[in-house]
Design a protein around this ligand. Structure first.
Ligand code: XLS
Ligand code: NI
Ligand code: NI
Length: 434
């Protein structure tokens, strides 16, 4: 036991009337919502990087946090792991997620990186035998080290492509060994700064080859988890290739990967792409590539990825509505790719950030479930499209031609009258639940 969280009790559900900060007020893991335990619906994951590796820096100033494990090499990495698993226990977090670089000290070369990662994976494995927390996903950090400044799979230098491929192999191995349910690829630097030095056609081909190798390796070693791409339009690249869900789908389809790879959708990235979060989720579920979510928002005034914990119930409710409507998570879950603010120095800030976010998501889930169970919204949606159930409408879809349809419109004197979309009425119904 470390004494990092000394004096902080394990959090329990106490209900909305409790004034205890160190309790859940809405997240009640065992409460059954639409036939399933809340914990099994939400599948919360703590992001290792923001909670334990982030130092409190921003573009204008460095480290504000003073964690005892910083700069501690392998011993520090193990101390960090001890604290991480203590936090998972205090929160009752069912999952966590990590990048290689969050958990192991940076080595001098690939061999040392791999040794360090393997040592920590064994350390995690021993802890996971005694813990209820499982691995939602693992991933490789292919964006922090300077070697990746011009990308990983899309780097003009084939040796960097090779280094990245080798690194991803070790991270899939680590994820597989720890029983991870997914493997994520976020291509923060798979994009460009200027077209003046970029061959975007070649870079797309290279990225596709890389992804095929990932999929082939997954099957080769028998990893059953889902491979996920996390779309984001820019930052750190000026233009990122995995711009949004639709762009990723087009790419997967072009290279024959649409049945192998799904998406991990982040709330803040959706907004940066000019969409709403629920748009991205609905798009992914309609395309059959929905995988998982990163439930972290941006600050709406600053226009960049501030990775804040969710605190807006209506916003998360509409996202869970789309997820529930599509049948809920399978291998995916709700990862908090979120960090506390750089002035939030205390260990308890870390705990309370997660507790609050879990409560917000629980309220959102319950609101979404109530709206879905009530059924008025889905009945209205169905009624709006009911005309398509008519035989001539079905026939038009199956075998219609422009000239044939023109003849029928003329013969039957079809003269349609527009109908109200009833948006305000539906919004009023929605607001009864949130
Ligand atoms: C960055 C991304 C990143 C991924 C994992 O904006 O959200 O944190 O989730 O590499
Ligand atoms: Ni992000
Ligand atoms: Ni993310």
């Amino acid at each position: 036991m470390s004494d990092f969280f000394k004096g902080i009790p394990a959090l329990r559900y106490e209900g909305p009337d409790s004034a205890n900060d160190f309790a859940f007020h809405h997240y009640n893991p065992d409460e059954v919502v639409m036939g399933k335990r809340m914990e099994d619906h939400l599948r919360f994951a703590v992001a290792y990087w923001h909670s334990f590796a982030y130092e409190g820096g921003d573009p204008f100033g460095g480290r504000t946090f003073q964690r005892p494990w910083f700069d501690g090499g392998m011993a520090g990495a193990k101390q960090k792991a001890d604290v991480a698993f203590e936090m998972f226990d205090l929160l009752g977090a069912p999952f966590f997620c990590f990048h290689d670089a969050d958990v192991r000290p940076e080595g001098a070369d690939f061999a040392e990186n791999t040794r360090n990662l393997e040592e920590i994976v064994d350390y995690f494995a021993a802890k996971m035998e005694r813990s209820k927390t499982r691995l939602l996903w693992g991933t490789a950090n292919l964006f922090t080290n300077r070697r990746y400044m011009a990308g990983a799979a899309t780097n003009p230098d084939p040796d960097i492509f090779a280094f990245a491929a080798a690194t991803v192999k070790t991270c899939i191995d680590a994820t597989h060994k720890l029983g991870g349910e997914n493997y994520v690829l976020w291509g923060g630097r798979e994009g460009y700064e200027t077209l003046l030095n970029t061959d975007l056609g070649a870079e797309a081909e290279h990225m596709a080859r890389f992804l095929h190798m990932v999929v082939d390796y997954k099957h080769k070693i028998g990893f059953k988890g889902t491979i996920l791409i996390e779309p984001k339009p820019q930052e750190p690249s000026k233009h990122q290739y995995d711009y949004d869900v639709s762009t990723v789908y087009g790419f997967l389809k072009r290279f024959g990967l649409e049945n192998e790879i799904r998406v991990n959708i982040e709330q803040g990235h959706a907004i940066l792409a000019g969409h709403s979060f629920e748009h991205e989720i609905a798009m992914a579920t309609s395309l059959g590539i929905f995988g998982s979510i990163d439930m972290n928002r941006n600050d709406y005034q600053s226009g960049w990825d501030t990775d804040q914990f969710p605190n807006n119930v209506p916003e998360v409710a509409v996202a869970y509505y789309e997820i529930l409507k599509a049948g809920g998570f399978t291998t995916g879950g709700t990862n908090f790719d979120a960090r506390i603010r750089r002035q939030s120095l205390d260990p308890e800030d870390l705990i309370l950030a997660h507790a609050g976010a879990m409560d917000v998501c629980a309220r959102g889930l319950k609101a979404a479930a109530a709206a879905l169970e009530d059924g008025s919204l889905e009945a209205a949606r169905k009624a709006r499209y009911a005309g398509w159930e008519r035989a001539e409408a079905q026939e038009m879809l199956a075998s219609g031609t422009l000239d044939g349809i023109a003849a029928r419109v003329l013969k039957d004197g079809i003269n349609p009258q527009p109908k109200s979309g009833r948006q305000e009425r539906l919004e009023n119904i929605w607001n009864r639940f949130v």
